[in-house]
Design a protein around this ligand. Structure first.
Ligand SMILES: [Zn+2]
Length: 299
């Protein structure tokens, strides 16, 4: 291969690409978010530091969802005492992403520890059918990627490392994961290869990750290691909210509270915080929730 980083532009679009090392039990995933990331940022006003962090969360959710083997979604949810009380990013098995930094209107910092001070990250795997699984890890070392690395190190899962970058226009991520021993059963050989591929990945700087396409990045890192690249899969921003789900959310409220709102406003409008879609419910539609006979009780 004589391809260099400069020969093609960085515009790979929104995609996730899987790859395998041919002679080792290691897989990888590279994600890039362009339009999807910008569309998500356009919904709210975020300061630069928040926008970058949200980009990293989106890239991480996309990387981790590449492991989903069923219909469902992976959710990253960070709660903190810092300038961002809640930061969420989700990606489902069809690679639809959404995300939000809630309560971050006043956040101005660029500093991870100020933005997510004392933060806890919940990683939830939420299948459509079946049991939810959640792991929790402290946000530390000034980086989402390092926090996720620590999570994988502490859990008894396959060795996994993650690298992330985002700049308000583009978000990128690289994941490496050891697979169960098959090709290289020898422990030392296996460890040596894992350390080798991780050491190379660690040489990549954020701007480089953002500027290179997936294939360029893989060439830059692993041109001496035979790789098998899979067809990239398209990522996109799409919100999973719906009228029905919004009504379900309303049903968790105290009926007295709903009634009060109806008396005051005549109808109830719920806005999806992820996409700003508004859902308006008339009194008659909410009668079921209130368990009241609308014709007699309401006027
Ligand atoms: Zn929505």
């Amino acid at each position: 291969m004589s391809k260099t980083a400069e020969t093609t532009g960085p515009d790979t679009g929104d995609q996730s690409q899987r790859f395998l090392f041919e002679h080792a039990d290691t897989r990888g995933e590279i994600v890039h978010l362009d339009n999807a990331y910008r569309e998500i940022l356009a919904i709210h006003q975020y300061a630069e530091g928040v926008a970058r962090l949200l980009g990293e969360f989106l890239a991480a959710a996309a990387l981790l969802s590449s492991n989903l083997k069923f219909e469902g979604k992976l959710v990253l949810q960070a709660r903190s005492d810092g300038q961002i009380p809640l930061l969420m990013a989700e990606c489902d098995d069809t690679l639809q992403v959404r995300g939000i930094a809630r309560g971050a209107e006043q956040a101005t910092s660029d500093n991870f520890d100020l933005l997510l001070h004392n933060g806890q990250l919940a990683i939830t795997i939420d299948p459509v059918n079946g049991q939810r699984y959640q792991g929790i890890v402290p946000l530390q070392e000034g980086s989402l990627a390092r926090s996720l690395d620590n999570y994988f190190q502490q859990s008894e899962q396959l060795s996994t490392r993650i690298w992330l970058a985002a700049d308000g226009q583009r978000a990128s991520g690289l994941l490496l994961q050891q697979l169960p021993a098959q090709i290289t059963p020898d422990h030392d050989e296996r460890l040596h290869h894992w350390e080798h591929v991780c050491a190379l990945a660690a040489t990549v700087k954020g701007p480089e990750m953002l500027a290179l396409t997936g294939e360029e990045l893989l060439y830059r890192l692993y041109h001496e290691d035979p790789l098998r690249l899979f067809e990239p899969r398209k990522l996109q921003f799409r919100c999973s909210c719906s009228r029905e789900r919004t009504l379900n959310a309303l049903s968790t409220l105290d009926p007295a509270e709903i009634l009060e709102l109806l008396e005051e406003l005549g109808s109830i409008t719920m806005e999806c915080e992820f996409c700003n879609q508004a859902y308006l419910f008339e009194r008659s539609e909410l009668a079921g929730l209130l368990q009241l006979d609308t014709t007699k009780t309401l006027h």
